[in-house]
Design a protein. Structure first.
Length: 477
């Protein structure tokens, strides 16, 4: 069964509405006009009856009642005998015998008057010295019947013609209106995953359809960018995964080719190093996939960001050869996912430690409703033109001074997590080296997850004592 199109539904709806309206209007016109013409005939019959009744009262009644037209006739009856009547009445017998009334006008069919036909008859009673006299006056319905017949015939032609005209007009109008939509549909149907650079035609009329076309093109822009990023991501991920696998394979091939010359502990250590690198890369890829697909963070708790900073600084100090300066770390609470925020701090510290020459500085403070976390190093720094690029995936700006490099995903993970928490991450100006700044919405002290104002004040004092203690968080004394 063929589905009804929007064009067909709109046209059918318009036809139903207009057709119903025209039919009801036509019926109303016919009924009102019929009542109006009938009222005119009734008034004409009453007026004729009143005129003849006046003649009877004056005693001036002639034997033949003259009339200005043949459509209105009169007859005067007394004692069952016709006293006077209009010339067009055939015979001399009383035509009507109903009781007179000043209000009631009756319709009489096939009256013996002229060529016959239906009449509206009014009656009047007049008392005379010779007894009561009844005056009958009749108005022909022929003109009313003819007029109504012509009107009904006209409406029978005009109403269907108007309905047809409205239907054709709506069909063409809706068709022309929906032409851009059909063009958009055809273009979208032809767009495939390998041709996302195509765009739908915009009519440029600044109406709903034009806005739909622009929205579709904006969506295609986003899909195109996402597809390009996905292709780049897959290519980069494949390259990064291939590198440790190729290293492991090369070492295995060397071991198989020269079994007597291979140091097995050294070979195993190399395998483990490459396996660890591969594991870190896979973990980073999985974390990026989770952050990309989850949108804004939904499971929110109050997190003491300074505690995360101190914990990660101690972990970094245990393996780093540079000095870790936390003297500028103040208290700071945010709402978010504690593990994801811990990953942000860890990646920032790892990045700074990879590029630092001797010192990594960490700062944490609250500025209004924002918590600002800064991590600085005294390495080679970042050129202004590269400050956005470092947050892209698999981007490395040269070899680290300490000779160790990461996966190229650390700062990309930082930005994605921070954005999911409603914050920003960027590289800012620094007097020496690089300075990365993360800004997150601050959580109010004394919130529902805290122990109240007293506990918060005590917590702040504990953090101050802790900051004096982590002077030990340093690579050099």
């Amino acid at each position: 069964m063929r589905r009804r199109t929007v064009r067909m539904r709109i046209t059918a709806t318009a036809l139903c509405v207009v057709g119903t309206g025209l039919i009801l209007a036509s019926v109303a016109v016919v009924v009102l006009l019929h009542r109006s013409l009938l009222a005119q005939l009734d008034a004409q019959a009453r007026m004729r009856a009143d005129d003849v009744a006046v003649l009877v009262e004056r005693g001036e009644l002639p034997a033949t009642l003259a009339s200005n037209d043949d459509d209105t006739v009169a007859q005067v009856v007394s004692g069952g005998q016709v006293v006077a009547q209009s010339p067009v009445i055939r015979g001399h017998s009383p035509l009507w015998s109903f009781e007179p009334s000043t209000d009631i006008v009756r319709t009489v069919e096939e009256a013996p008057i002229g060529d016959g036909g239906a009449y509206r008859v009014a009656a009047r009673r007049v008392d005379t010295p010779d007894g009561p006299v009844t005056v009958y006056a009749a108005a022909s319905l022929d003109h009313l019947t003819d007029s109504m017949g012509r009107l009904e015939a006209l409406l029978a032609i005009v109403v269907p013609a108007l309905i047809l005209l409205v239907g054709l007009t709506m069909w063409r109008l809706v068709g022309r209106t929906l032409e851009p939509v059909e063009a958009i549909r055809r273009e979208v149907a032809e767009i495939s995953a390998t041709a996302l650079d195509r765009r739908v035609p915009a009519p440029g009329t600044d109406d709903e359809i034009d806005r739909l076309a622009r929205t579709m093109n904006e969506m295609l822009d986003r899909l195109d960018i996402a597809a390009q990023r996905q292709r780049t991501y897959v290519a980069d991920a494949s390259h990064e995964l291939r590198s440790p696998l190729a290293t492991i394979r090369a070492k295995l091939e060397v071991g198989l080719a020269r079994p007597g010359t291979v140091d097995l502990p050294d070979l195993a250590a190399g395998w483990l190093a490459e396996q660890a690198r591969l594991e870190r890369l896979v973990d980073d890829l999985l974390l990026l996939a989770r952050v990309d697909g989850s949108g804004p963070v939904r499971s929110l708790t109050v997190v003491d960001l300074d505690e995360l900073v101190f914990a990660e600084a101690r972990d970094l100090l245990a393996r780093a050869t540079v000095r870790i300066d936390v003297t500028e770390v103040d208290g700071g609470r945010v709402r978010g996912d504690a593990e994801q925020l811990r990953r942000v701090v860890r990646n920032l510290l790892d990045n700074a430690e990879h590029h630092a020459t001797s010192t990594v500085r960490i700062g944490l403070r609250q500025s209004g409703d924002v918590i600002e976390l800064t991590v600085s190093d005294d390495g080679p720094g970042i050129a202004p033109i590269q400050r956005e690029r470092i947050f892209e995936r698999f981007v490395r700006l040269g070899e680290a001074p300490n000779g160790r490099g990461g996966t190229g995903l650390g700062l990309s993970i930082v930005r994605d997590i921070v954005i999911a928490h409603g914050g920003t991450a960027e590289a800012v100006d620094a007097e020496q080296g690089a300075r990365l700044e993360v800004r997150l919405p601050a959580a109010a002290w004394g919130g529902p997850e805290s122990g109240g104002l007293a506990d918060d004040q005590a917590g702040r004092e504990d953090h101050r004592v802790g900051r004096r203690g982590p002077a030990a968080v340093s690579g050099q004394e």
